[in-house]
Design a protein around this ligand. Structure first.
Ligand SMILES: Nc1nc2c(ncn2[C@@H]2O[C@H](COP(=O)(O)OP(=O)(O)OP(=O)(O)O)[C@@H](O)[C@H]2O)c(=O)[nH]1
Ligand SMILES: [Mg+2]
Length: 333
């Protein structure tokens, strides 16, 4: 049986192996992913992002437990859930992965749950690509909901969160996260805002601050001239991001969060935004692949040292970047 067939038959070991191949960008894994691609497109992809230590993993763990314990909509069975946790592997947080795994132990043995941690070694661009690939594989095998945990510290993480249908941004009181979140442009991508650690004094301030900021940011959020969105705004079917308080360690607010995630999915479906986001997602994935492919092709065709030579001339201000690229491209033909 081929790897793709095994994975589709529900072989978890084969799935784990495939995810490793995708993470390492091995050709066999990427080919297998192409075979699985026609089966993707059904899962609800939910990004959970926020500053380090805000409680994302604890929250995700609780969410999974909750989602596995309630019926999914009209269907009698609970939704099946997969988690992809992207852990920054700085020397200081090396223990985080182990910690996450221990917290996830409650879920071991449930065939409706699959959890995968990956360390962010190497380039973040590669990480975003690997994450997208792993999510596609989990989508293809039929998980209803895929939670993607990333540390929202910069643009690369924001890009990962952007591959989701629904983005949950997690803050915690008195950590200066609010400012950081705005800096990283993370508020703009939030469909749901969570103030976790609501048991800590100061949580009310954070809630108020985020609600006020959201009000101010709103006119800018969809002001990009996208006519479908403009029309949706005019029709009054625009999603209003909500701000929820949770205490992940105690499970407080988890049910509301889970319901809000489901409500957002229903909104995306009903408004047509699901298809819009799907189109944007796939377009940016294809454009990224094309860019990488063309760049790699161009670089391999360059005689040794020619690009570096041009780079030096740009650094010395003898050429502009535009002129340098134009002359390199000219030299090609
Ligand atoms: N007081 C309080 N502590 C919490 C709450 N949720 C999580 N914590 C604690 O906060 C710490 C960080 O929790 P994690 O779930 O690992 O946070 P994280 O955002 O996943 O962290 P990174 O993945 O390292 O960015 C742990 O010690 C948790 O027990 C909460 O609601 N209240
Ligand atoms: Mg975590």
């Amino acid at each position: 049986m081929s790897l793709a067939a095994k994975v589709m038959a529900g072989d978890r070991l084969a799935l784990a192996r495939l995810l490793t191949q995708i993470e390492n960008e091995e050709l066999v894994g990427l080919d297998c992913l192409s075979d699985l691609y026609p089966h993707t497109g059904r899962a609800h992809l939910v990004g959970v992002t926020g500053a380090p230590g805000t409680g994302k993993s604890t929250l995700v763990n609780r969410l999974v437990l909750h989602m596995r314990s309630v019926a999914d909509g009209k269907e009698a069975e609970p939704a099946t859930v997969a988690v992809v946790a992207v852990d920054p592997s700085s020397p200081f947080s090396g223990g985080a992965i182990l910690g996450d795994r221990i917290r996830m132990r409650d879920l071991a043995g449930d065939p409706g749950v699959f959890i995968r941690s990956m360390a962010s070694r190497g380039a973040l661009g590669g990480l975003a690509r690997a994450t997208a690939g792993m999510v596609q594989a989990l989508d293809a095998v039929g998980f209803d909901i895929i939670l993607i945990e990333t540390v929202g510290a910069g643009q690369a993480e924001v890009d990962i969160a952007r591959t989701a249908h629904t983005t949950v941004v997690v803050s915690a009181p008195s950590m200066g996260d609010e400012i950081q979140a705005i800096k990283a442009g993370i508020l703009e991508i939030a469909d749901i805002l969570v103030v976790n650690k609501a048991d800590i004094p100061g949580a009310d301030n954070t809630l108020r601050f985020l609600r006020a900021t959201l009000q101010m940011a709103r006119p800018m959020r969809y002001g990009r001239g996208d006519h479908i969105r403009d029309q949706m705004e005019a029709d009054g079917v625009m999603w209003e991001p909500s701000v929820l308080a949770t205490v992940a360690t105690q499970g407080d607010g988890i049910e509301s969060l889970s319901q809000e995630i489901a409500r957002h999915r229903a909104h995306l479906r009903a408004s047509g935004e699901w298809a819009v986001r799907e189109g944007e997602r796939i377009r940016s994935e294809m454009e990224l692949l094309l860019r990488e492919h063309l760049t790699a092709q161009f670089m391999t065709r360059q005689p040794d040292g020619r690009f570096e030579e041009a780079l030096e001339r740009v650094i010395a201000r003898k050429l502009s970047p535009r002129q340098a690229i134009a002359s390199l491209l000219e030299g090609e033909g």
